[in-house]
Design a protein. Structure first.
Length: 263
């Protein structure tokens, strides 16, 4: 756990001086809440507590959070991913089968746009469907071909010699370019594309963008796109290494991938 937040420290002093039988649990709840910057609700805080050996019912955590005035700051908002033209003929091989039984077998990608005082920043990530980990990403201030080609170059560099994942995207113009398709073919990857105008065919990637914007972009203010770019780097590291997922048995994507059973 990182350094104790000032608010948590003073709350801890006050609680331990009183006779509240739940004082220690309240402090642990507030520590977790503060460390995750208000992004966690009672379910994830319960999972964190249980993972650290503190068996507690989620209803008790919810009640103690309410007593302290703590609630998740995250409120899902609509967002819009960057879209290209729709005329590709690559089949939808993924076919909404968003589960994978091993790392680097199924990847998804897309491009999304951010606006900071009229200036744009574009993010192009690759997500592994095995554990939801962001394998690689690229940010640039224009949605040109290098945005996607550099992202793909980084992603391919993480693969072992025998790993050739399926890579799914929408029908954005980047993914129809011969240079992009050549990068895939040279490394032996199979390309898959969503059907025309059907965002649900790439729902896993859209879900990540929704989480990113709800938990980070909409909760903060940025003076410049460079400031946002630095913040995205910090958030993606947090997302991969620290942010737990209930469907991953209460582990973060990296923790899930590096479990002893995977050795």
């Amino acid at each position: 756990m990182a350094e104790l937040a000032r608010s948590t420290f003073y709350y801890q002093v006050k609680a331990l001086q009183g006779d509240d039988k739940n004082a220690v649990l309240k402090v642990r709840i507030r520590e977790i809440y503060d460390w995750h910057k208000g992004r966690y609700g009672y379910r994830r805080i319960t999972a964190e507590l249980c993972r650290s050996g503190c068996e507690v019912n989620h209803k008790a955590v919810q009640r103690l959070m309410q007593l302290q005035g703590l609630k998740s700051l995250v409120r899902p908002k609509k967002y819009r991913s960057y879209r290209g033209q729709f005329n590709a003929i690559v089949p939808n091989i993924l076919d909404r089968k968003f589960c994978a039984d091993r790392p680097n077998s199924k990847w998804v990608t897309d491009v999304t746009e951010f606006n900071v005082h009229g200036e744009k920043l574009y993010l192009s990530p690759v997500l592994d469907l095995y554990n939801g980990e962001i394998v690689a990403y690229e940010t640039q201030e224009a949605p040109k071909m290098p945005l996607v080609s550099e992202m793909l170059k980084k992603a391919l560099s993480t693969l072992g010699s025998d790993e050739t994942p399926l890579l799914h995207s929408d029908q954005g113009w980047h993914y129809q370019m011969a240079s992009y398709q050549r990068q895939l073919a040279q490394r032996g990857l199979t390309q898959s594309m969503s059907r025309k105008g059907n965002c649900l065919d790439n729902a896993a990637m859209e879900s990540f963008f929704g989480t990113l914007k709800s938990e980070y972009f909409y909760l903060n203010k940025f003076g410049t796109v460079k400031e946002l770019e630095m913040g995205l780097k910090e958030y993606i590291h947090y997302y991969n290494n620290d942010r737990i997922k209930t469907k991953l048995k209460g582990l973060s994507p990296v923790q899930y991938r590096t479990q002893p059973s995977m050795a």
